[in-house]
Design a protein around this ligand. Sequence first.
Ligand code: ZN
Length: 550
Amino acid sequence: MSSKVDIGFDRYLTYSEVTDYLRKTAEAYPDLADLESAGKSYEGRDIWALTLTNKKTGCPKKKPALYVDGNIHPGEVTGSMVALYLIDYLVDNYGKDEEVTYLLDTRAFYVLPRVNPDGAELYLTTPTLLRSSVRVWPDEEVDDLPGLHREDVDGDGMILQMRVRDDGRGEWKVSEKDPRLMIPRRPGERKGPFYRIYPEGYIKDYEGEPIEVQKPRFGLDLNRNFPSNWDTKVPGGGDFAGSEPEARTIIEFIVRHPNIGGIQALHTSGGFYYRNPCQYPEDKMDPQDLKATREIACEGTRISGYPDVKSPNRATLTEWAYEHKGIIAYTTELWNRYARAGIDLVEWQKTIDPEKREQQNLKLLAWNDRELAGKGFKDWTPFEHPQLGPVEIGGWDPKFCAQNPPPFLLKQECHKNALWIMKHAGSLPEVHITSLKVVDIDGSVKKVTAVVENFGYLPTCVTNKAKELGACKEDVAELLPGPGITVLGKARLEAGFLEGYVSGGGRGGPPKSAARFTWMIKVDPEASTEFAVEYRSQRGGIVRRGYPEE
Ligand SMILES: [Zn+2]
């Protein structure tokens, strides 16, 4: 498979390549795609948004929509690539694949593949590792602080680790089972040799004193800058909620597109889906919202094997999306190297026993030798450090093994997650006017009856939370009279919300996913009976049916 704009998905694209791909795709598929700049980054790069839908079946704003973004954390470049793959898969398969065709005919996708272009560019074009924004925060002098600053000392393009022999203080030693593996010095252990391990780097104003290691340079976290449970204690949260241009661009884009009923934020790593609620127990969440959130995630688990996990984070995009907008939202943590090595991530996180940890690490190294031909781990190599003297530099490739898949494994990561994103889009509400009848009552007076149905899994408000918050306008049914027709009574009827089939299957019987609306109209003697009925659902679509039907 590849669209008219072939990028192969076996490498990570820089900003200009992403821009080029999006421009060419919008040009090659004018009936399906539109490109716009949603806003500017801190350094002034455009944050691109590609809208996808079949324009011939209606404009995107009139359709239920899914929002997808990637790479708010600059090192999580797999997120961008999954978003681009989704675009590629949709445009390439329109008219060939039944599901893709249906989705683009009935829904819109807003895809922002690289929402932190400055950070991603630094990550992809230099050895630098960073958490989020390139804006130095909160301390502008952070580069001048004493201590070790991470840098690529040996010039191999990666910031790895330095091990220094230190039989007195060293807290690490070499595993007897594999000389690459460093294992912790056990309590009370006295027989060396022992080592200290530092991040690769130089020490500011070093005069032989104990070395303090400085945190990676960038303290901001753009995904903690959203206005839900934000306060000044949120780590990296910024000066105020929405203070950063990238977060604000996302917030404003979502607010400008009230038809968005689902959000996918693409991150790495771990191989799981973070879901709401984040800051309170599940039994405090609306039961139907929880059911829908978990059932949609379950479709993803079936495809990718990634479980859904309750998020512990606050002030994130996805927390804000649910808590303030009532949108079902996931933070997907792509790529799980532990699973590929045959290690359960939850087990890994729970492990304290150093012998068990050693076994797990040996499995990771064995996987590296087997599947990556040894390229994920750089052997400890002697190096004469200008400040520390003889050291050895080595360790796991932090960017394209630990944080992201090695390029040759990228495409399968993209494929399975793009398929899940499509399932999420498929679950959105979708309204149809399924019947429209006119009955003569008395001479010029006629009764019009329309039946509107939601074919979607989710209700037209998407969540009960949205209803509670007033975040989604109630549906409206309106009769739009032609010339010479008078509506007796109200033309515009409040319609509440239509349930989706997520509500069904219980003792209460089938869900209330359909509603009937009636109007009385008076037709002038010279006029013909011509009118239309429009049903407007903010998140379920705007549909219209004319009478007489063509
Ligand atoms: Zn992330």
